[in-house]
Design a protein around this ligand. Sequence first.
Ligand SMILES: NC(=O)c1ccc[n+]([C@@H]2O[C@H](COP(=O)([O-])OP(=O)(O)OC[C@H]3O[C@@H](n4cnc5c(N)ncnc54)[C@H](O)[C@@H]3O)[C@@H](O)[C@H]2O)c1
Length: 324
Amino acid sequence: MNAARAQALAAETAIPAVYTDYRKMLDEVQPDITVVATPNVFHREMSIAALQAGSNVLCEKPLAPSYAEAVEMFEVARANNRVLTVGSHMRFNDNTQMAKRQADAGFFGKIYASRTTWHRRSGIPGFGGWFTNRELAAGGVLLDLGVHALDRALYIMDFPTPVTVSGAVFAELGSRGRGIGGWGMDSLQPVPVEKRRFDVDDMAWAFVRFDTGAVLQFQVAWAANFPDFWTTELFGTEGGALIDERNKAEFYTTVNGADAVIQVPPPGTPAQSYGVLAANFVRHLEGDPTAEIVTPAQALISVQIVDAISRSAQAGREIEIARA
Ligand SMILES: NC(=O)c1ccc[n+]([C@@H]2O[C@H](COP(=O)([O-])OP(=O)(O)OC[C@H]3O[C@@H](n4cnc5c(N)ncnc54)[C@H](O)[C@@H]3O)[C@@H](O)[C@H]2O)c1
């Protein structure tokens, strides 16, 4: 949107052309791949325009705030024979990958419960900018950290079908100018104090039941009067695990009747999860069947849960998710 800044970045990184109108860019460049990395409310319309222009699309998370919009996006992808995927890269974290491999190999037995969290003490991004403005963000932490937290747990659980959701959202700190985080602020174009807007959620908790009988507890916060935590916990009939996304992975099982803890040290050089996501997308488009991306079915389950958390929070009670 800011031509001067776009031109400066393009010069620095040898990008050959700059556009301030994305439709003109799609028309002239005819890209094979489009990455939609704009404020959340533009994801739907920009992804659809790119797919209709013949591009494959990596859309940033959240794909869409509502299930109906996400369904529409995948329908357009299918109609245009193009691939649409979403930037939920945290499943490619080393520890999450390790837990997934153990789940697939049967370490956990049946995973009947899970808890997934991402709580920040003070981490509201871009306070007063688009992240905290409902007209541009469509929501707060639920759509931001919530999408990542959900994907990590659902991925390890193999995306069971959700049947009921009970959710609650809060805006107790951000609405009073507290819990402001240290990133996402535009130092070149700071938002004047009087224009700083906060009308989204800063904490969201939920409880989800799946058709397998398994349950998921979900806790995310941009800000709360509580220390940071960032975990995926798995409870299985044969084993369990605590994945601390910062560095620790601990697995639990029983060995000949004794409780055992298996500690897995962090890998020496952690993979850059976003790099893995992007490389996989390209390999997938090149026809590599081993290149794992976020599939439409997986993305839709996540959006369905997030959408249901919002609706449940608004209704103040548990709600059922309609079966397709
Ligand atoms: N996957 C992840 O871990 C991850 C991390 C950060 C951000 N994101 C997502 O990426 C998206 C962008 O976030 P960000 O932090 O990069 O925001 P940002 O504010 O840094 O960048 C947004 C960009 O969108 C452009 N833009 C705004 N309105 C536009 C419009 N109407 N038309 C065209 N361009 C427009 C701006 O010029 C800017 O370049 C968000 O959806 C966010 O949730 C994902």
